[in-house]
Structure formats: structure tokens, C-alpha cells
Design a protein around this ligand. Structure first.
Ligand SMILES: [Zn+2]
Ligand SMILES: [Zn+2]
Length: 866
């Protein structure tokens, strides 16, 4: 017997049932389905984005398992290089320790200890959410197998000429002290200043004026560039200028990168600290003078300014330029500046020796796969975003000056300068026989996650799992890591395995607050999913998240939706209590009334609709179908329609059997969304063997009785209409109202006549049937369905004069509101300037007022006839 209320604190106990039963292990039979779980960072705690992501995957997996598919969900965690290292360094700093003083080995021991503690948190939080992957196959990006996959990938790419090492300008974070990739830089517009400087000609009078937002970098200038077609400077190209602070002689070069529209059209060239200048420098063989160091301070090459921080240096350089009389003017501007995504420090473009992956040869097949449909992106509109990025891809800087991560499998010889890339340390230098030292750097975290869908299945070995579960079925993740991760997995997957790593990319949006704002610490509007789970249960959270999703759209987490999820769990619980109170007999012959056949047909339609929605990864839609069937069809209608027969001992057993069978199906449909409450109920049903999580999907079998389906649908519609008419007339609860039905089809009239008691009970009515040939009742509110008219004669129910007075007052009020609303919409430029959503809202409001007026007018008409 079920307790009076469902208690979500039982969730962990139910989870243990699943975990111990092996319900998460793929069956090895049926259609193959697989998902590689996006590995959460080992340092992480479950945030609302994880909760959405994993609820979606878990719902898909549970649905596939119920379908009898061979479904694998492979879990794991990511070592999260820079994020983890920064956290541990912060811990160390509090103890007065420093990783450099500790040494690499001792530091890594600390990080591993931290990882073990931290990983436990995120994994137990996933369990609390109800996520049920195959824990036996859990992987970690730094485990032995994955490390081997990383080395294999690196060595192969190197041997194919797709990895190279060189001195290039990279995005450098002076605080994290490492290079970071282009997409790890966050750009924002800020107030700044444009400084106009004069560079005098070495021979003769005159000068060139250049403009810069970063005067401190001028210490590293090695040229001034002008556009080759710029008539103003034709005679100057090739002549020399004197650097106003260092005295160095620098040439004027002609380069198409100089924009004639920017400032004077002459630009200073600092190859060591600007990406465009770096390229100009390469084309004109200019010297590269690094004046800012890896610590963000001025280097010795900055002469008198050496040792200053970037801001101090700027002030000092500007003062020196003013003293020299070469600072022409300063003009305020807004411009984009880049900062480190991880720590917020301003990025310093620096030239340094790094490892790069040549991306173009990898990107072409990955873009092609999306164009020809081997890779399907949901929603489809994000496909173009994906292919555009691949079409314009730049080489990927994959080395990081960190210790936590996959150390680059390259060994350098200090004797002869040779570099060897290999799976394991070579004994000695193959060129000179001297000693070798391993490259100090580690790989970008995303290098190992780029291999995730196949490295986790055993690649580079030809394992049975790789053969069975690769390519995976779907990747479910947020659109915010489409480039960081999704595109890179497709590139490596196609390169190393010849196949796309997943057939479908299912992208969801960000979770925003109820007002549509991004969740952030500073706004204080963040939602802790664990808090919601403790308060309302994981089922409530999952339902709120899943039914709020539309593929690729940001979702608004409305607290009401979570409460709706909790109410739904309670509704299901109460329905189950009602069914069990009938002491249903699973061995009884099920009833076969029109109403029963209607219920089974509705169930079949709901199950089929859900299957279609799951096929399109529209989980929100699938959840809504389940909700409507369970709440509307089963609880609100069928339980009510069945009550009179349940009260009849001759029919009760047979009806009880239908109730029980369809309750099981309801649990199957809701299980992917609310696994805990459905399993808890399932365990209490008579004759239950095994777990719902390991059971089968709804078996369609409702006799396709179109007539029964239509009759009962119309019956419920008629009851609904009768209830609306009662409400419009303000008839109080408990007072019966006369209802007249006129059906065109005599067979339907007879059918309705036989269910008069049921109608009266559901609509609080006294039903009479009338021949459509007779005159219609006067002074009645009316409604109609095709071939069916319904009347509520108001005489004797209300005081016509008083009611008419009330309705007329309401009509005056509505008239004023409508006029006001029309005025609002007619304001000049409102429709072309206001946001679309605002216009739509105001229009909907007007429609609603007009509808209310129409209904009030009908009431006034009926009352005036009395
Ligand atoms: Zn940083
Ligand atoms: Zn050597």
C-alpha cells in the first residue's frame, strides 16, 4: 500500500536499487544506441547546465532501454587542466606554498589528491539527479587508456605533418602564465584612448603620424606600414624613420594590412605584440622585439622602462612622448579588448614557441559531413554556425605551460637541437647520441576531450565496444561549446576512425532565470540544482528542466515549472493510491466498454506521439504528451468516467484491471522524466517483478475503434462545454443546472441518452435530449460541436434583472479597457520599434479582452430573452 504522500527523500534508496541491479548495463540485444556523456570537470559541482544536459541524456537512455535497445551511456570526468591547476595553486597559496618550489612531482600528487576528493562530489550529485550511466565503464581523461589514445593521436598527427612547433604570436595570460587558444579569449568593448604619435624622418624634415591604443608597445616597433595604394605615402615607402624614444631607425613598408581609413593610414608595426603586426613582420622580415614578458612586465628590451607593469609603463611612455614633443593628441575611443576566460586578466599577445595543430585539412571533412547529412545538427539552424566556423578555422595552439595534463610526447636534445616525437621516451638522441629531456608543456585539455567518443571505447585498440557502440548515436550538449568541443570531436573522429563520432548533435541552450537573465554570481540569481533536489526531489527538477526545453533555445527556469513537476509526481502518486485502493486483480479479464477502448486508443496515440518526439530529440514535447495523457486523459477523465462501474460489484474487477494496466503504461511513459516516483509506485503494484527501469515500453494494443474514440471524445467535449456555460452564468458549485443536448445523429443521441447519469455527475447537470427538429430553448446560453448543440436554459437559475445589470457593467468596463488597449497598439512607431515579443504580448491582451466581450454579449443576449 502506498503511503499518503510521496516522499522524495526516498530517491537515494531507489537509486541504489537501480545501480545494484545492473539496469544501466547495455543489453547486447536490439538496436544499438550509445551516448558518451560530456565529462564534467573533476573540480566541478553540479550546476544547472549539467542538470539539464544529463537529464536529457538520462531521459533518452531510459526511453531506449524501455524500447529494448542495446543502449550504452558511457560516463566519465575531465581533468580540466587549467581550471584544476588554478584551484590547487590557490589552495597552496593559502598554505604559503608554491608549485615551482615544490617541484612537478610533488605538485601533481597534490592535484591527484584534490581530484579524488572532488570527483566524488560531482559523481554523487549526478546520481542524486537520477542519471544512470554504465558506471562500470567510467573513464577519466588522464587514465592510462585515454593517455595512450592522446599520445597516439599526437604522434600520428605529427608524423602526418599536421602538428608543428614554431615561434608564433599566441594569446598569453600573464596571470595563468600560459598560452591559451583563440576561443578561450573573451572580448568586450571598453573605454580606451587613441594616442597619435609622430615618427620623424631620418633624412630631412617631416614625420609620419601613427595612432595606437597601446603606446607602451611602441618600444617594440620595428616599422611603420602604409597601404601600397595610398597616394599620400608613395614617396615615403623604403625611407627610414627615427624611433622617438629608442633612437632606432625603422623602415616605412608598404603592406595591404595597413588600413588607409584608420587614423592617418600609417600604422606602427610591433611584430612581438600584435597578431596583424606579426604577419606584417613575417612578410617584410622585420625584427621581433619583445618588450613585454611572460609575467606581463616590461622586459630589458624596454630599456629605461624595464620592470614596469603594463599600466605603469603606459603612463611612463606617454609622459616620455610628451616630453619629446611627439605626442600629437589623445582621443577617447571604445574598442574591443580580450581577457582570459579563466581568470579575467587582459591577454597579452606574445611570440613564443608552441605546438600547433594544422586545422584546415581536418576541418574540411568535418564541414562536409554536416553538409551531406552524415552528421545531423539539432536544431538545424546551428549547422551553418558550425560550418562557417570550420570554413574559417585557424591553427590550434595546443601546448599549455602547465603541469596538470597530458605531457607532450616530445623530447629535445640540447646537444644538437633535435626534437623527437614518440609514444615513449627514446633512450638517446638519434642524431648525436646525447641525452634528451621531455618537453615541459602539457596539452590543452580540449585535446584529450576531442578524442572522447572513441578513446573511451578503447581506441586505438579495435575493441569489441568500439566495434559495437561507435559511431555513437547522439551527443547532447550546450551550444556554447560547439567550437571548443563538438567541432573538434568531429574533426578528430573523422581523421582517426574515418567516421563521424556521433550521428546527431543535440544542442540545448543556456538555462536562464525566470526573467530570461543569464545566471551569474553577481546577479545572485543562480540556482543550485542540489538545493532544488533536496527541497522538491530530482523528479520535480528534471520535469521542470525537460519540459521547458525547445532544441537549441535558451530555457527559462521558472520556479513554477518545478512546482508543476512536483505536483505531477503527487498527482501520479494519488492516482496510484486510488487504483490500488480498488484492489485490482492482475488476473481479471479487462473490461471492454467504449470508454475503456477510448482510453486504450488515447494511450496508443500518446505512446506513438512520444516515440516520434524522442526520434526528433524533442524531449520537451515528449514530456508534455506524457503529462497530458496522464493528467488529462487518465486522471481527470478516465478515473471519473470509470467510477460508476467501479461501484458496481459485477463490473469492478474488470474495470480495475484496465486501471491497473494503463497505470503501468502511464508509469512507463513518465519514467524517462520522473524516474524515481514512477519506480517507487511500480514497486508497489501487484504482481510486479523486477524494476521499471529494466521493463518494457508501452505495447500498443487498443482496438482501433474509431466510433468509440469519437463518441467519448465528444462526450468529454460536451461535459467541458456544459461546465463552461455554468461558469459563464456564475452558477455556484453543487447547484445542478439543466442541460439540453441536440444530436443530429440518432445513434449518437441514443448513446448519450444511455450515459445520462454519467453526464449529470460530471457536469453537475440534469441532462435532457432534444430532437434537432424541435424549436431551440429560449433564454439559454449555448455552445456547439459539429452535429451537436448544447444549451443551458437560464430561467429560474439566476435573477435575470440583477444578472443583466452585472453583465452590462462588465461590458462597459471591458469597452473602456479595449479602447485603451487599442490606443496602446496604435501609438506611433510602436509596431516597428518595440521588440517583437512585446508587440505580441500586447496583441494577445487585446484578443483576450475582445473574447471576453464576445462572451459577455452572449450572456446579455440570453438574459434579455428571459
Ligand atoms: Zn588567466
Ligand atoms: Zn642530439
Amino acid at each position: 500500500m502506498l503511503e499518503s504522500r510521496y516522499d522524495p527523500s526516498r530517491e537515494s534508496e531507489i537509486y541504489r536499487l537501480w545501480e545494484n541491479s545492473g539496469a544501466c548495463v547495455p543489453s547486447g540485444r536490439g538496436a544499438v544506441r550509445s551516448i558518451a556523456m560530456p565529462p564534467p570537470n573533476v573540480t566541478g559541482v553540479l550546476h544547472i547546465g549539467h542538470a539539464l544536459d544529463n537529464s536529457m541524456q538520462d531521459a533518452l537512455m531510459r526511453y531506449w532501454r524501455l524500447r529494448g535497445d542495446d543502449a550504452l551511456w558511457l560516463p566519465g570526468t575531465d581533468h580540466a587542466g587549467i581550471a584544476t591547476q588554478v584551484k590547487v595553486e590557490e589552495e597552496l597559496a593559502k598554505e604559503g606554498l608554491d608549485r615551482r618550489a615544490m617541484g612537478r612531482e610533488a605538485f601533481l600528487e597534490r592535484v591527484y589528491a584534490f581530484k579524488d576528493r572532488s570527483q566524488h562530489t560531482i559523481l554523487s550529485q549526478l546520481r542524486a539527479l537520477g542519471a544512470l550511466p554504465d558506471w562500470q565503464r567510467q573513464r577519466f581523461t588522464l587514465d592510462e587508456g585515454l593517455s595512450r589514445a592522446v599520445r597516439t593521436a599526437f604522434v600520428r598527427l605529427y608524423e602526418e605533418g599536421l602538428i608543428y612547433r614554431g615561434d608564433y604570436l599566441v594569446n598569453w595570460c600573464p596571470s595563468c602564465r600560459t598560452a591559451i587558444s583563440d576561443i578561450e579569449v573573451e572580448y568586450e568593448e571598453r573605454e580606451g584612448a587613441l594616442y597619435h604619435l609622430r615618427y620623424p624622418l631620418v633624412d630631412g624634415d617631416g614625420y609620419l603620424e601613427v595612432a595606437t591604443t597601446r603606446p607602451e608597445t611602441m618600444l617594440g616597433d620595428t616599422a611603420v606600414a602604409v597601404h601600397p595604394d595610398d597616394a599620400r605615402y608613395q614617396g615615403l615607402v623604403g625611407r627610414l624613420l627615427r624611433h622617438p624614444l629608442t633612437g632606432r631607425e625603422i623602415p616605412v613598408v608598404a603592406d595591404a594590412a595597413a588600413d588607409p581609413e584608420f587614423g592617418t593610414g600609417a600604422v606602427k608595426v610591433t611584430p612581438a605584440h600584435d597578431p596583424t603586426d606579426f604577419e606584417i613582420g613575417q612578410r617584410h622580415h622585420l625584427a621581433t622585439i619583445q618588450v613585454i614578458g611572460e609575467d606581463g612586465r616590461m622586459t630589458d628590451a624596454a630599456g629605461a622602462f624595464a620592470g614596469l607593469g603594463r599600466d605603469e609603463a603606459r603612463r611612463a611612455v606617454v609622459a616620455a612622448l610628451e616630453a619629446e614633443g611627439v605626442l600629437q593628441r589623445i582621443e577617447p575611443i571604445r574598442h574591443n579588448v580580450g581577457s582570459c576566460e579563466r581568470c579575467g586578466t587582459l591577454i597579452e599577445p606574445l611570440v613564443s614557441r608552441q605546438w600547433f595543430v594544422r586545422m584546415r585539412p581536418l576541418a574540411e571533412p568535418a564541414a562536409q559531413a554536416a553538409r551531406d547529412g552524415r552528421l545531423e545538427i539539432w536544431p538545424e539552424r546551428l549547422r551553418k554556425v558550425y560550418t562557417d566556423w570550420l570554413d574559417n578555422i585557424r591553427d590550434w595552439c595546443v601546448s599549455r605551460q602547465l603541469w596538470w595534463g597530458h605531457r607532450i610526447p616530445a623530447w629535445h636534445c640540447d646537444g644538437c637541437g633535435e626534437t623527437v616525437v614518440a609514444m615513449a621516451a627514446p633512450a638517446s638522441c638519434p642524431q648525436c647520441g646525447g641525452g634528451l629531456r621531455q618537453d615541459e608543456d602539457v596539452l590543452d585539455t580540449w585535446f584529450s576531450s576531442a578524442l572522447w567518443p572513441f578513446s573511451t571505447l578503447g581506441w586505438p585498440e579495435e575493441t569489441a565496444d568500439l566495434r559495437q557502440y561507435y559511431p555513437t548515436t547522439a551527443l547532447v550538449t550546450g551550444y556554447d561549446i560547439l567550437f571548443f568541443w563538438v567541432a573538434r570531436m568531429v574533426m578528430t573522429g573523422m581523421h582517426f576512425t574515418g567516421e563521424v563520432p556521433f550521428r546527431h548533435v543535440v544542442l540545448h541552450g543556456l538555462v536562464r532565470d525566470a526573467k530570461g537573465r543569464k545566471m551569474s554570481k553577481s546577479l545572485g540569481n543562480g540556482v543550485d540544482p542540489m538545493e532544488i533536489i533536496r527541497e522538491h526531489g530530482a523528479d520535480a527538477l528534471r520535469f521542470g528542466l525537460l519540459t521547458g526545453t525547445t532544441p537549441g533555445q535558451d530555457i527559462r527556469l521558472n520556479p513554477e515549472r518545478i512546482l508543476e513537476g512536483r505536483n505531477f509526481a503527487n498527482k501520479l502518486w494519488n492516482a496510484a493510491r486510488f487504483v490500488l485502493a480498488q484492489e485490482p486483480d492482475p488476473a481479471a479479464q479487462p473490461a471492454d466498454d467504449d470508454v475503456d477502448r477510448w482510453l486504450l486508443a488515447r494511450r496508443d496515440a500518446a505512446a506513438a506521439g512520444m516515440a516520434e518526439a524522442f526520434e526528433r530529440f524533442e524531449l520537451g514535447e515528449a514530456g508534455r504528451i506524457a503529462y497530458d495523457f496522464v493528467w488529462g486523459t487518465y486522471c481527470d477523465w478516465y478515473l471519473e468516467l470509470a467510477k460508476p462501474r467501479l461501484a458496481d460489484p459485477a463490473q469492478a474487477k474488470a474495470v480495475g484491471r484496465v486501471l491497473l494496466d494503463v497505470l503501468r503504461d502511464a508509469l512507463r511513459m513518465v519514467h524517462p522524466f520522473q524516474p524515481f516516483v514512477t519506480e517507487a509506485i511500480w514497486q508497489e503494484l501487484p504482481d510486479t517483478r523486477g524494476l521499471l527501469a529494466a521493463d518494457r515500453w508501452v505495447e500498443a494494443g487498443g482496438a482501433a475503434d474509431e466510433t468509440a474514440l469519437r463518441r467519448v471524445d465528444r462526450f468529454t467535449e460536451a461535459v467541458r462545454l456544459a461546465r463552461n456555460l455554468r461558469a459563464e452564468l456564475g452558477i455556484r458549485q453543487g447547484q445542478r443546472a439543466p442541460i439540453v443536448l441536440r444530436a443530429e445523429d440518432p445513434a449518437e443521441a441514443a448513446w448519450l441518452g444511455a450515459r445520462r447519469d454519467l453526464f449529470d455527475r460530471l457536469a453537475q447537470a440534469e441532462l435532457s435530449l432534444q430532437d434537432p427538429g424541435e424549436p431551440a430553448p429560449r433564454g439559454a446560453l449555448s455552445g456547439r460541436l459539429a452535429g451537436l448543440e448544447i444549451y443551458l436554459p437560464a430561467a429560474g437559475l439566476v435573477d435575470p434583472a440583477a444578472e443583466l445589470g452585472r453583465v452590462q457593467a462588465e461590458l462597459r468596463q471591458l469597452g473602456a479597457e479595449i479602447e485603451q488597449q487599442e490606443g496602446r497598439l496604435a501609438r506611433p512607431h510602436f509596431r516597428d520599434r518595440a521588440p517583437e515579443a512585446v508587440v505580441a504580448k500586447e496583441e494577445a491582451r487585446l484578443q483576450e479582452l475582445l473574447d471576453r466581450r464576445r462572451r459577455a454579449e452572449r450572456r446579455a443576449q440570453a438574459l434579455s430573452e428571459l
